[in-house]
Design a protein around this ligand. Structure first.
Ligand SMILES: [Zn+2]
Length: 522
């Protein structure tokens, strides 16, 4: 029997003798795990091309009458049961013998991760699963992937494909970048002008349709949230504040410091150019917080997860420095530098704390890019470290939870795979090996600080990815490499072994129709 070649590699794997034949199997789940059984059945049918008769579902009552208990292997059955002693959330134990399969999990998410392992085996081995025993669980609780749907819009069908591929890699946080200078993609029914002006932009590049447009309705967002939830993935929406806000200003110019573009007399137009723009949300205008509050009302209702990303990156202070309303806030709040001069950098900290409070009022916790440390963010704010490790190190030392996502260390999948003119990408080079070599926990942290590194994330900025196929090419297999960094024990990682397993895993991606990069890995 061939090696299982799983990716990410499990914590402990022991090979057995023989194989289990999926044809004619039934899947039985203990109460609470039925959705994992349905998902597993769907995954196995698609991987093996067996139909619903060959891979069936039975309820707990049908599986021997006595319900489903842990650790049992029954003939012709995949039994999914709970074993709370297995450890933290998402942990599971999988035993495949020639007679049956038992999947015991700490919780529903653990059952989904175990199902993902079975799916990988079926994708590479067909209906004959190798006998083995696996004990597995995650290294980090936050294993994220960010997709930028603002710079270029992707249909819900593509979002679902991406989520399904995340589940294949045991990733569990989908950070959905929904607003930016180049697009506002979330429909807020009480403010239809947001998508009317913000989800459409003139396109001035060649060979691209003259208008680039698209947004997600409430029903589509619910569909995405449900699809992700079935796969044990939490959707973390991002509403960018106070910068990267041109698409919002396109419908609400009064929220800018000058009330308009140009000298203040022209309308804002959702940007087609890339970069950083000086017109941002005015920190001294209460209407800004009213509008954000209404947006967050809808966000809080649509997204059941506990986190909302509020941006906070790349905010030029040119407008705030001279805006009477912003200067007034700085004076009233005493936001001054050591020499006593008004300090707009501190105004950003004040602004982000107002945003965090709006979210907290709605039961949500704020995440921000590491620039939020330039003020004094609330203790419960989570810092996403993107400008290297230093923001994350500083944040952990201040007691914040941290998600590591440094652009300098292989987490930015818009970078080129190789330093060649033929390779697409921007702003840097990141080989598959670079991604695999990433270590989320900096050595400079003491154990208490290191425990605040809750995980790590890959980011896919789509300025140069007009089509979903482009996203796939940039994501895979670097996201596969990062998934092992995020999930597997640090001492379980080995480059040569990974590169060998990736040859098999690439065929799984092929079977799922992924347009993967196939060039040199380093
Ligand atoms: Zn202002």
């Amino acid at each position: 029997m061939r090696r299982p070649d799983l990716l990410p590699i499990p914590r402990k794997l022991t090979l057995g003798e023989g194989a289990f034949d999926l044809a004619g199997v039934d899947i039985a789940a203990a109460p609470g795990f039925e959705s994992a059984a349905r998902l597993l059945a769907e995954w196995l049918r698609r991987a093996t091309r067996l139909d619903g008769k060959a891979i069936g579902l039975v309820g707990a009552e049908g599986a021997g009458g006595a319900g489903i208990s842990k650790g049992l292997v029954s003939r012709g059955l995949i039994r999914i049961a709970k074993d709370a002693a297995l450890g933290p959330s998402e942990s599971y134990r999988l035993v495949i013998s020639p007679t049956g399969v038992s999947l015991d999990a700490a919780d529903l998410d653990g059952a989904i991760r175990g199902a993902s392992t079975l799916r990988q085996l079926a994708l590479s081995h067909g209906a004959e699963l190798p006998a083995l025993a696996i004990e597995d669980g995650p290294r980090f609780t936050w294993r994220g992937a960010m997709l930028d749907s603002a710079r270029n819009f992707q249909r819900v069908e593509f979002i679902e494909k991406f989520l399904d591929l995340m589940a294949l890699h045991k990733l569990n946080r989908f950070h959905w970048h929904l607003t930016d200078d180049q697009g506002w993609r979330l429909d807020i029914p009480s403010m239809p002008e947001l998508v009317r002006f913000g989800a459409r932009r003139p396109e001035r590049r060649v060979n691209i349709p003259r208008w680039q447009e698209g947004h997600y309705t409430r029903d589509e967002v619910r569909r995405v949230v449900d699809f992700a939830g079935e796969r044990g993935i939490v959707v973390v929406p991002e509403i960018e504040t106070p910068g990267h806000a041109t698409a919002l200003l396109a419908s609400h110019p009064e929220l800018s410091c000058r009330g308009g573009a140009g000298g203040g007399n022209e309308p804002f137009v959702t940007e087609w150019r890339h970069g950083i723009f000086e017109d941002v949300l005015c920190a001294g205008n209460e209407k800004v917080f009213d509008v954000l509050g209404r947006v967050f009302d809808e966000v809080a209702e649509l997204f059941p997860g506990q986190w909302v990303h509020a941006g906070g990156d790349e905010v030029p202070k040119a407008r705030w420095s001279v805006c009477p309303k912003c200067r007034s806030v700085m004076k009233v709040q005493g936001l001054r530098d050591e020499g006593g001069a008004l300090e707009p950098e501190f105004l950003q900290g004040w602004f982000m704390n107002r945003v965090a409070a709006l979210l907290a009022d709605r039961g949500k916790r704020m995440i921000g890019w590491d620039e939020i440390l330039e003020g004094r963010p609330r203790k419960d704010a989570i810092v996403m470290s993107w400008r290297g490790y230093s923001g994350g190190v500083d944040a952990a030392r201040l007691g914040h939870e941290v998600v590591m996502s440094p652009q300098t260390k292989a987490c930015y999948l818009d970078h080129k795979h190789l330093d060649l003119p033929e390779e697409p990408g921007q702003l840097g080079v990141c080989t598959v090996r670079d991604s695999y070599s990433f270590e989320p926990v900096p050595e400079s942290l003491n154990p208490g600080e290191a425990a605040l590194i809750v995980g790590a994330q890959a980011n896919i900025w789509t300025e140069l990815m007009p089509f979903g196929r482009n996203v796939e090419y940039m994501a895979f297999p670097r996201l596969s490499a990062l998934s092992e960094v995020f999930w597997s024990p640090k001492d379980g990682r080995n480059w040569d072994d990974f590169a060998r397993r990736l040859e098999v895993h690439g065929l799984r991606l092929d079977a799922l129709g992924v347009n993967r990069y196939r060039g040199p890995l380093e």
